[in-house]
Design a protein around this ligand. Structure first.
Ligand SMILES: Nc1ncnc2c1ncn2[C@@H]1O[C@H](COP(=O)(O)OP(=O)(O)OP(=O)(O)O)[C@@H](O)[C@H]1O
Ligand SMILES: [Mg+2]
Length: 502
């Protein structure tokens, strides 16, 4: 027990000499001083730490722009972010129905971007035809005044020149294509009162190889007969009777024995004053038709179509337009003027080896509001595919076609079928009250219909077969300058000055 080390220690402690009172006071004072110093040091440390944290906090942005990170992320507002995900357009089309259109592929002429998916959009009717997406290459474009119809037509056609296509504008009543044609190295034929230029709408046009003389004569005669009949019906605003058709036929048949290229004044003369051998009653039967056609040669349109053509059709040019802006006539005559001009051009274009060509009918509603002219146009459209031609028809309202013929008539059906048969339909902005039954004929959904009045400049709903896309046409600044049709509206007004007297 005596050797227990603990006891030894304890004993040792007990054995320490007792401190004196003074020593105790000194010890306690020293201990208090040490404790005080330690507390001051701790306070100092805490202060330093607080200042350092404050400085750090000051330098740190209150909240990172993308929100807090880590576990605090959900406490703060941040923008919705979906990690990028790539997939095929076929799969995305199913994942995001109504947002991502599968598209028509990237081959073709760049038009602009899809307003919903943001993807680029390219279009080429010949490519789509070859791929079996469409069965007819015609395009119908509708939209209110200034919505960007002509700008789209100009962009699409001028861009396609680089792909070897040629462009023909079969009547340009505003003359806005002239500068475009000149810029791309093409030509504008300007028609107008007092100008020397004449186009003969009865020109035989291009003669394809491999057909007999008899076939050729018959086909040219049929074309001339259709044109004259349509023109006469439009001026008379009624269908022609059988006797009147005979009067035209007889005059053309007599002329064919005398000349290869008859001109309108000769036809009119022969209708009003038939040959001596003809039935004497023919002059009476053809009187009204003769006088209707006389308007083209001696009336308001004199000097435009009443002589042999002064222009030859050059198939090498990239663009050819017929500028009708110098002829200011009333609406009915303008449609006749456009029909005569397009007839001359259409005859020249009937060359199946002429390559792929665009034929543009700007302001086509003028022609379409006349039943006979519409019928003629419909027939020309049906043939277009055979010649490698894609027609583009520009008009204002979907209801332009509703006005052709009364509802339920064959003519009305023709108007709507013209629209329905064009497998590419581009609908720019429409007024709410214009949507009407034709929008239903086009198969537009209620959402598509409601969208049409809200579209901006250059924005259009494209319907290609059963594909539906909302697209924005994009113009290069150079194109925008070239295609500008609104400069007259936006120009500074001329200052009014009082002329000095004396
Ligand atoms: N996508 C676009 N981007 C920029 N400007 C455009 C676009 N589309 C058209 N414009 C401009 O808007 C104006 C009107 O366009 P455009 O002449 O094509 O209209 P429109 O529909 O043919 O009119 P109208 O019915 O009078 O013929 C033009 O000056 C044209 O340059
Ligand atoms: Mg236009």
């Amino acid at each position: 027990m005596a050797d227990d080390p603990e006891i030894i220690t304890h004993r040792a402690a007990l054995a320490q000499p007792l401190e004196t009172g003074r020593q105790r006071r000194l010890r306690l004072r020293a201990e208090r001083a040490v404790a005080k110093q330690e507390a001051a040091a701790r306070r100092e440390d805490a202060r330093f730490q607080k200042e350092a944290e404050a400085a750090l906090e000051k330098d740190r942005p209150f909240m990172p722009p993308g929100g807090d990170f880590g576990e605090q992320a959900l406490r703060s507002y941040r923008r919705f972010r979906v990690p990028a995900h790539q997939d095929t357009s076929a799969a995305l089309r199913g994942t995001y129905p109504g947002i991502a259109e599968g598209g028509l592929g990237s081959r073709g002429i760049f038009i602009g971007h899809d307003m919903l998916s943001g993807g680029a959009f390219a279009y080429d009717p010949w490519v789509l035809y070859r791929d079996g997406v469409i069965t007819a290459p015609n395009v119908v474009v509708a939209g209110i005044v200034g919505s960007g119809k002509s700008a789209l037509a100009k962009a699409l056609t001028t861009r396609s020149i680089a792909f070897g296509r040629k462009v023909y504008v079969a009547g340009d009543p505003k003359g806005e294509w002239t500068v475009v044609a000149q810029t791309v190295g093409g030509r504008a034929i300007v028609l107008g009162h007092g100008l020397r230029t004449r186009l003969n709408p009865l020109d035989a046009g291009y003669r394809p190889g491999g057909i007999s003389d008899a076939e050729w004569t018959a086909s040219v005669a049929a074309r001339r007969r259709d044109l004259l009949g349509a023109l006469a019906e439009t001026v008379l605003t009624r269908p022609l009777g059988p006797l009147e058709h005979t009067a035209i036929d007889t005059a053309l048949a007599v002329l064919a024995t005398r000349t290869v290229d008859p001109i309108l004044p000769q036809v009119v003369d022969l209708i009003l004053d038939p040959d001596d051998d003809a039935d004497p009653r023919l002059a009476e039967d053809g009187r009204q038709v003769g006088h209707a056609l006389r308007r083209l040669v001696a009336g308001d349109l004199q000097g435009l179509f009443d002589g042999p053509s002064t222009e030859t059709f050059d198939p090498e040019l990239p663009m050819l337009t017929l500028d009708l802006s110098r002829v200011s006539e009333n609406a009915a005559l303008l449609s006749i003027l456009m029909t005569c001009a397009s007839a001359w051009m259409e005859a020249a274009l009937m060359d199946p080896t002429g390559g792929q060509r665009w034929v543009i009918y700007d302001e086509a509603w003028r022609v379409m509001s006349h039943p006979a002219l519409l019928r003629r146009m419909d027939a020309a459209w049906r043939l277009a595919r055979h010649y490698g031609i894609a027609n583009m028809l520009l008009f204002h309202k979907l209801s332009d076609l509703d006005t052709v013929g009364d509802t339920g008539t064959a003519l009305h059906a023709l108007g709507t079928s013209l629209l329905a048969n064009a497998e590419t339909r581009v609908i720019f902005r429409q007024e709410t009250d214009q949507l009407g039954p034709t929008a239903k004929a086009l198969g537009l959904t209620a959402t598509e219909q409601s969208m049409l009045p809200t579209l901006g400049l250059g924005q259009a709903l494209w319907r290609i077969k059963d594909h539906s896309m909302l697209l924005q046409t994009q113009l290069h600044p150079g194109e925008a300058r070239l295609f500008d049709t609104s400069s007259a509206m936006s120009r500074e007004p001329r200052k009014f000055t009082i002329p000095e007297v004396g």
